[in-house]
Design a protein around this ligand. Sequence first.
Ligand SMILES: C[S@@+](CC[C@H](N)C(=O)[O-])C[C@H]1O[C@@H](n2cnc3c(N)ncnc32)[C@H](O)[C@@H]1O
Length: 251
Amino acid sequence: MKEIPRNHPSPDDEEQQTGEFPLNEYRLRLDGREWSILHVGSVLSRDDENRFLGELKGRLPYGVALWPSAIALAHDLVSRAGELRGRRVLELGTGTGLPGIVAASLGARVVQTDRDELAMSSCKRNCERNGVGTIEHRLADWTSWDDAGQYDWIIGSDILYGVELQPHLRRIFESNLAAGGRVLLSDPFRAVSLGLLEAMEEDGWSVSLSKWSVGDEAAPRPVAVFELAAPRNGPVAQPRLPQSGHVAPLS
Ligand SMILES: C[S@@+](CC[C@H](N)C(=O)[O-])C[C@H]1O[C@@H](n2cnc3c(N)ncnc32)[C@H](O)[C@@H]1O
């Protein structure tokens, strides 16, 4: 697989900035389809992440960068195309919006949410860019959640990192997941995230994972896509067999 520079400048002159930061483009090509996502930079390796969380802390919201978990979740969703058509999907912490945009392109009825206005506007711009006009967008905070809707899939990429936010997320999973539904969460194996998933498993949730690696082949970042089923669904359906693969981040 060829190695490609991480951040391609956006080809569109008129939309090259988010505030003081130039935009880059990520192109995902899978199964004969292509998606294009504008973002302020990809945070693929641990070094990228340390830089983003250090130098840029407070200057940029997390949601305007592209995180490896979004890339892994997008691949996982494409591999489930048949399970998404016509289904209700709630995306939490959507950021630049790649997973929800992919799900909508595959025929799902998607609601994308984030609490951050800049992230939400970059998500909407990416929806337009990909010709996806069916998605509903809502500014919504997990800590003051008032959506009573039921969803067949609740999805989120790299949203489990805040231990103080986890009880709020768990309440959303418990109250907004339709009977027989699934939660699909991608995460770069953060210890704090694994803690939540282990606690949920102890409480009767079924948890299975697919493992992806994202980034340059020389220094790939392992990312898990966890599939969760609630205990209240009665006998827990067998999780599908684990998938795995390496994906080049920028192509
Ligand atoms: C690490 S970023 C991941 C963004 C995107 N999902 C991705 O993988 O590229 C976390 C996202 O969660 C959102 N977020 C954090 N806390 C939130 C909260 N309390 N309510 C809603 N969204 C929140 C952030 O605004 C951000 O977009």
